[in-house]
Design a protein around this ligand. Structure first.
Ligand SMILES: *Cc1c(COP(=O)(O)O)cnc(C)c1O
Length: 431
């Protein structure tokens, strides 16, 4: 199977963390997202241990909230003693509601609203990741009003193309994110920030993209950032404390993709970056990374009930499921890869090639095209694997479809972590 926590039991049913998926569906209904908590905790601890071991003390991971933001994940992040990334007041509110200590949080975003800045400073968010000069002005102003000196780091665009999908590439100069090094605007921002009385510049950030399977773009970006740190030391006498290298490690969604060993990845990137630091003679900054996908993606799968199949002679076959783009818009957005299996009959012969279609009034509402599974019938349970990241967090109520329930498995016990939306939830804001 694609990941170790997925198995097939004696009934030929797909199991995750040893739980029979058909039994889970009988109890909780579909669509249903199922998470294996041990896997989430393992992923956190791999990052935490490897970063401290290879980058040195004071280096640690932040969980990129946008991959999966809910109280449950912030409780785990708190227990695992890792930091978090936030991008909005909504994520901040959720983290605070879960009792997360947000002095361990970084607030991102290419357009933080005045309200976001107020709320974050009031709540004691540890760091802002500032994206532009007007924002720097506003953070300084609000910090002053609250009698605080707010630590910030600057998001820079190092001009790296990691050759992943264009929609998830973020580090190039022509980007809505960050301040370009190449154009000299980064220098202006450093000088500007150093002159602000209510800001404390702690360092720099870059994030080159997502779903990257190669260490080279991370090494290249790291090298450019170390060169920049060296440059600002020479130009402004400024000593960088924090260097945040963003997220982006790839996750195995389909058989042809590798399963990365994140400890090895971090070890290799660290040895390269540590060497660059040594060569440049600068004080070694604390390194931060911001994994999102690689913490939660492979911890989860989504279960659907099959409505039926449609065979169009000379064209293709469709299988319709009781979910789709409202709970997983990633195929519709950027043709994301997924592995689909017939969870209720895993050992039957896979000889039916089909497109898995959602139930929305959009032809683009597909989960995957050209997958080969046993021919499904109405009532069969279909599983889409590796759905822990950017599924629930991107979910919508399109066609007034309630968001699915999310259950977690821990030590052989199953419990709900997000309840299924009700029809009453759907109209609760309608006046
Ligand atoms: C999306 C994002 C991440 C997380 O990326 P993954 O590919 O999910 O690891 C980290 N940092 C920033 C700034 C991001 O925008």
């Amino acid at each position: 199977m694609l990941h170790k926590n997925l198995t097939i039991n004696e009934k030929g049913v797909l199991c995750i963390a040893e739980q029979d998926t058909v039994e889970l569906v009988q109890k909780y209904g579909t669509p249903l997202m199922v998470m294996d908590e041990a896997r989430i905790r393992r992923n956190f601890s791999v990052y935490k241990n490897a970063m401290e071991k290879y980058f040195g003390q004071g280096s640690y991971p932040l969980f990129a909230s946008k991959a999966f933001s809910c109280k449950y994940i912030y409780r785990i992040a708190k227990e695992e003693n890792v930091g978090i990334d936030l991008v909005s007041s909504g994520e901040l509110y959720t983290a605070l509601s879960a009792g997360f200590d947000v002095s361990n949080a970084f607030l991102h975003g290419n357009n933080k609203t005045d309200a976001d800045i107020e709320y974050a400073i009031e709540s004691g968010v540890g760091h802002f990741v500032a994206d532009n000069l007007t924002e720097i002005d506003m953070i300084d102003e609000v910090a002053k009003k609250h009698g605080k000196v707010q630590p910030i780091i600057l998001r820079l665009s190092p001009g790296i193309d990691p050759h992943t999908h264009a929609a998830i590439t973020t580090g190039q100069v022509d980007s809505k994110f960050g301040i370009a090094i190449e154009t000299g605007q980064a220098d202006d921002a450093v000088e500007y920030t150093l002159n602000k009385k209510n800001l404390r510049l702690d360092g720099f950030h870059c994030h080159i993209g997502s779903q990257i399977f190669d260490i080279k773009p991370f090494c290249d970006a790291g090298k450019l950032m170390i060169e920049y740190v060296t440059h600002v030391k020479q130009k402004f006498g400024y000593v960088t404390e924090i260097l945040n290298l963003g997220g982006g490690f790839g996750v195995r969604y389909i058989q042809s993709q590798p399963e990365l060993n994140y400890e090895d990845f971090i070890r290799l990137i660290a040895s390269y970056i540590n060497e660059e630091v040594k060569r440049s003679g600068i004080k070694k900054p604390r390194i931060i990374m911001e994994p999102g996908r690689s913490i939660v993606a492979d911890s989860a799968l989504t279960l659907y009930t099959v409505g039926g199949t449609k065979e169009i002679p000379g064209f293709k076959n469709y299988v319709s499921i009781d979910g789709g783009m409202p709970d997983n818009p990633r195929y519709a957005l950027y043709q994301a890869d997924y592995t689909v299996c017939l969870a209720s009959r895993m050992n039957d012969k896979a000889d039916f090639t089909c497109t898995v279609a959602g139930r929305c009034c959009e032809s683009g509402d597909l989960i995957q095209e050209d997958v080969t599974i046993p021919k499904p019938y109405r009532g069969d349970i279909l599983a889409v694997l590796v759905t822990g990241a950017y599924n629930y967090s991107m979910a919508s109520n399109y066609n007034r479809i309630p968001r699915p329930a999310v259950v977690a498995i821990k030590d052989g016990k199953v419990f709900e972590v997000i309840r299924r939306e009700t029809f009453a939830d759907l109209i609760k804001n309608d006046l």
